[in-house]
Design a protein around this ligand. Sequence first.
Ligand SMILES: [Zn+2]
Length: 161
Amino acid sequence: MEEIKFLCDFMLGKLAKYLRMFGFDTKYEKGIDKIKMEFIAKTENRIIITRNSYYKEKENCLFLETDNPKEQLIIVLDKFNLYEKIKLATRCLICNELVKRVDKKEVKGKVPYYVYQTKDEFSYCPICQRIYWAGTHYKNMKEFLEKIKNAGGRSRTGTDF
Ligand SMILES: [Zn+2]
């Protein structure tokens, strides 16, 4: 089966980052109109995720009522049954590109000293060259993921993190 791909509308920047952090191919572009959005979705076989009720009943679209990014994330994970497909920290949060592992010695001087001293695993984005490591944000997302998994998967509200 082909990998699921998303296209988030301009209201959903944070959700797009979360989805990327969980390893899902998620396109997010500011300032594109409906026509372009639908064109991208169609040609790249992406599901439109949107806050625009115009898409409420449309095929291959998910309309989100809540503007809370964490709730949105849970809805998407539930809706498409993505829990088993999560691959944390495999994608650049900015470019949506798959990151590549890199040797620790290669990042010397390119990451904060403390990070270099305390972390062993690094990856980088071949497009923007950003270097990633398992930091606080990653840890929070991991905990959040455990929380929603333990709670059984179905949509809940009021998750705080
Ligand atoms: Zn990048």
